[in-house]
Design a protein around this ligand. Structure first.
Ligand SMILES: [Zn+2]
Ligand SMILES: [Zn+2]
Ligand SMILES: [Zn+2]
Ligand SMILES: [Zn+2]
Length: 121
């Protein structure tokens, strides 16, 4: 079966780190990944050649090994040997790193980067 690709509309991705929707936000090339990023948000100076950008979400923070234990809230991820104390599986959310673990965030509000609270009342 041939799959016809019609003229692709310009897809504007939302950066997973800062949440901005801009044209220079580049999606990760990993098939299971739906994340996209600004170059500057990954603290990178340029995209890898050949347009094969794979985001840091898939690699262990400590040893860079490929892993699927990736925090749903940030780009932190840990391989099985480094997951203890760093990441765990939450039944509702999925994998969460120690920063985003809801059982560890007690009364504190979740950290929101660069976003001020707008009071609407
Ligand atoms: Zn960004
Ligand atoms: Zn990715
Ligand atoms: Zn590791
Ligand atoms: Zn996290």
């Amino acid at each position: 079966m041939k799959k016809k690709t019609p003229l692709e509309p310009v897809i504007v991705h939302r950066c997973f780190v800062c949440g901005m929707k801009e044209k220079d936000v580049v999606p990760c090339n990993n098939k299971i990944c739906n994340k996209a990023y600004h170059l500057k948000c990954l603290q990178m100076s340029e995209w890898p050649e050949g347009n094969k950008f794979i985001c840091p979400w898939h690699n262990c923070n400590i040893c860079s090994k490929l892993t699927i234990r990736c925090c749903v809230k940030c780009v932190s991820s840990f391989c099985p040997s480094h997951s203890e104390g760093n990441i765990r599986y939450d039944n509702i959310l999925g994998f969460v790193c120690s920063i985003h673990d809801p059982t560890k965030i007690s009364n504190e509000e979740p950290i929101k980067l660069r976003k001020k609270k707008i009071q609407k009342q």
